[in-house]
Ligand binder design. Structure first.
Ligand SMILES: CC(C)(COP(=O)(O)OP(=O)(O)OC[C@H]1O[C@@H](n2cnc3c(N)ncnc32)[C@H](O)[C@@H]1OP(=O)(O)O)[C@@H](O)C(=O)NCCC(=O)NCCS
Length: 172
């Protein structure tokens, strides 16, 4: 059975919690370069509550544990980019990431009418690899030496899932 989570609109009281998540190097180590320096409250505010096409808070066991969304909406090609941050480490390894990815694909394909959802992760982010694979993403390529992490240049893995193939796999 899939882990029960709630994907809901973000609230003001999520911002301080999210700022705290991004102060944890274990959480940020595989995130974008802008998260490799301290993220201040007003920057987290802009992210959590700023204008966004589809940005949602993840609740697990009644508490806010992270953010997810579909960004870079491309209306010409019916495409968008999935992202996920489970910032509460006590929620890791319990299926929250997998349930969130499945929930966002369901939303993207069934509610928002997308036909292609792309994503990426830095090679070495094993938990993200597992989550994307379980949700049905296919690897499309690898960009070499995209970011400096943990004393080495790391590649970025590019993925996508198409509505048709996702439906054939049984959907959410
Ligand atoms: C990546 C992330 C979303 C995963 O969330 P999660 O709730 O832990 O995901 P799930 O529990 O659904 O699945 C993770 C799986 O990866 C496995 N895993 C974690 N670290 C691993 C490692 N180093 N090697 C192999 N497997 C690993 C877990 O054991 C789990 O598998 P299991 O269910 O068989 O035990 C979460 O760790 C996170 O947000 N990290 C910080 C930000 C980030 O990296 N976001 C993604 C950017 S692309």
């Amino acid at each position: 059975m899939q882990t029960p989570i709630l994907l809901r609109l973000p609230r003001y009281d999520d911002v301080a919690t999210y700022t705290g998540f991004l102060a944890d190097p274990q959480v940020t180590r595989w995130l974008e370069d802008r998260c490799q320096r301290p993220v201040l409250f007003h920057q987290a505010l802009a992210f959590v509550l700023g204008d966004a096409w589809c940005r949602l808070a993840i609740d697990y066991e009644g508490r806010f544990v992270g953010m997810t969304g579909l960004e870079d909406y491309d209306p010409v090609n019916g495409a968008a980019r999935f992202f996920i941050v489970v910032g509460d480490r006590s929620a890791w390894g319990k299926g929250v990431g997998t349930a969130t990815a499945s929930g966002m694909l369901d939303r993207g394909f069934n509610a928002l009418g997308l036909r292609r959802i792309v994503s990426n992760y830095l090679a070495g982010n094993e938990a993200s690899r597992v989550v994307h694979q379980r949700a049905g993403f296919q690897i499309e390529g690898q960009q070499r030496q995209v970011a400096w992490r943990n004393g080495a240049w790391v590649d970025q893995v590019l993925l996508a899932v198409l509505r048709d193939e996702w439906l054939k796999q049984g959907g959410a």
